[in-house]
Ligand binder design. Structure first.
Ligand SMILES: *Cc1c(COP(=O)(O)O)cnc(C)c1O
Length: 406
């Protein structure tokens, strides 16, 4: 009797569809120089839309310095790295990037990975499995890449209440003083846009002799005078043992990294399977990332203009009573709290208004907290903002959604 594997797959897909959690990808064509305008491929045609949900927060993916660095390096070095870092794949451009990253965070060393996901997964799984008898203390809302890394390490894991240093303190106090302890958390949480009380968390971790691990993926390039993240803005980088980031969001390219002491980076380099056994990123990608980091170390224009547009959109939403989560970051979550409605509103925005905001549903966020996650950038015009707010306001009336009371 043959098994019908496709039927097994299909029944779980049908469950997702019934719940409204089935993911439909928008097929997009980004146009260099036109961002945040892009083409949406739809029923055999393309239509121009404005992207409001990109993690290319500052539009660096089309910055002339970055584009030129990538194109020039492809012409110079060709396309691929040609191997793992160990076997013929380490390019001069990789080492230049790693020096740039170490400098960005004021650390001795840095190590790049093929993505931010891989950097978290590889670093945490290696720390947790190689440090004898280690315990990893993980914020309850940590990203999937950290959770998977911790799980893979098989180290003891303790989850502490989100952004709650007192709970962390209690949980650290319950662990024997001789065990290695790693406190893992993020700075900007990407779905609610809230920011961790980093100084308080460091106070607690230091009091218990714990190592600290921060994911600054949604903050690098964007916060701090040189784009070093929230820890740079607050002058806390030197108190954090490991700072992790991505090159794929505000830097507009691809790749992930860790920075820390020479010994720490050498340890991960030497033992992390997810670093060792995979082809290195193309030299051109490293060169483009270096150009992006260098630009954002010196230029305040993109960050300043983004902050202005974020504040402007928030004020406009408040004016018409569209409820959004209040937070200190650049992420504006507009809460819909229903997966089907969230998808419907997103579809109407695209079809009727040429506005692309992907619905965010379970399991990215808890059920009942479905939302539109809006990320204004320096390249959104005031007219773009006005159009978005008008569209949302019409939809709010049309779908009889409740307004915030001013
Ligand atoms: C996106 C994300 C990552 C993964 O980074 P990639 O470079 O996209 O793989 C890691 N942590 C957080 C918090 C993220 O949102």
């Amino acid at each position: 009797m043959p098994m019908d594997y496709d039927a097994l797959f299909q029944s779980q897909l049908d469950d997702l569809k019934r719940e409204g959690n089935y993911r439909i990808f928008a097929e997009m064509g980004r146009r260099c120089g036109a961002f945040p305008k892009a083409d949406n491929y739809h029923e055999g045609e393309t239509r121009e839309v404005t992207v409001w949900c990109s993690n290319d927060y500052l539009g660096m993916g089309q910055h002339p310095n970055v584009v030129e660095a990538m194109a020039e390096t492809v012409r110079e070095c060709g396309t691929g790295a040609g191997g793992t870092r160990n076997i013929s794949g380490t390019a001069h451009h990789h080492l230049v990037l790693e020096r740039e990253l170490a400098d960005l965070h004021g650390k001795e060393a840095a190590l790049m990975f093929t993505s931010g996901y891989v950097s978290n997964w590889a670093a945490l799984s290696t720390l947790g499995s190689r440090l004898p008898n280690a315990v990893i203390l993980s914020d309850a809302l940590n990203h999937a890449s950290m959770i998977e890394g911790i799980r893979h390490s098989r180290a003891d894991k303790v989850i502490w209440t989100h952004n709650d240093p007192e709970d962390l303190n209690r949980k650290l106090a319950a662990i024997g003083p001789d065990r290695p302890k790693i406190v893992a958390f993020e700075s900007v949480y990407s779905m609610d846009g809230d920011i961790a009380p980093i100084a308080e968390i460091l106070d607690v971790a230091e009091a218990h002799g714990a190592m600290t691990y921060i994911d600054e993926v949604h903050a690098v390039g964007m916060y701090g005078p040189r784009g070093g993240g929230v820890a740079e803005e607050l002058g806390l980088m030197d108190r954090i043992d490991l700072i992790e980031g991505t090159l794929g969001k505000a830097y507009g390219v691809m790749g992930g990294y860790i920075t820390g002491s020479t010994a720490l980076c050498d340890f991960i380099r030497s033992f992390a399977s997810g670093f060792i056994f995979t082809t290195a990123l193309p030299p051109a990608v490293a060169a483009a990332a270096t150009a992006s980091i260098r630009h954002l170390k010196g230029s305040q224009i993109e960050r300043a203009r983004q902050k202005r547009q974020v504040a402007k959109l928030r004020a406009e939403l408040d004016r018409v009573g569209i409820p959004h989560l209040d937070n200190p970051s650049h992420i504006i979550p507009v809460m819909i709290k229903d997966p089907v409605k969230c998808r419907e509103i997103s579809d109407i925005l695209m079809d009727r208004y040429g506005i692309y905001v992907q619905p965010i549903n379970y399991p990215t966020v808890p059920k009942g907290t479905e939302r539109l996650r809006i990320t204004p950038g320096p390249l959104h015009s005031d007219a773009d903002i006005a159009h978005l707010v008008r569209a949302l306001s019409e939809l709010w009336s049309h779908c009889a959604l409740s307004r915030a009371v001013a």
